[in-house]
Design a protein. Structure first.
Length: 70
């Protein structure tokens, strides 16, 4: 089973803590900037397209509940 809750994972023997803030792409807890850089450089993900799709989902989600609020 894969758990993503930090408070649980940090107690795991295999957990690797990031000891250096300058190397934020090491260990199990990466910064968003380091993860984005990894997606782009290693996996070839187009960041502009990815964020455009994320914003699109957020806008559509907000619009779907807009009539409920009023």
């Amino acid at each position: 089973m894969h758990l993503t809750n930090y408070s649980i994972n940090k107690k795991n023997d295999k957990y690797v803590q990031n000891a250096n803030a300058e190397q934020d792409d090491m260990g199990h807890k990466w910064s968003l900037a380091a993860f984005s850089k990894h997606l782009e450089q290693v996996l070839g993900v187009d960041q502009n397209l990815m964020w455009s799709k994320i914003y699109d989902v957020i806008i559509k989600s907000l619009l779907s509940v807009d009539s409920i609020v009023y």
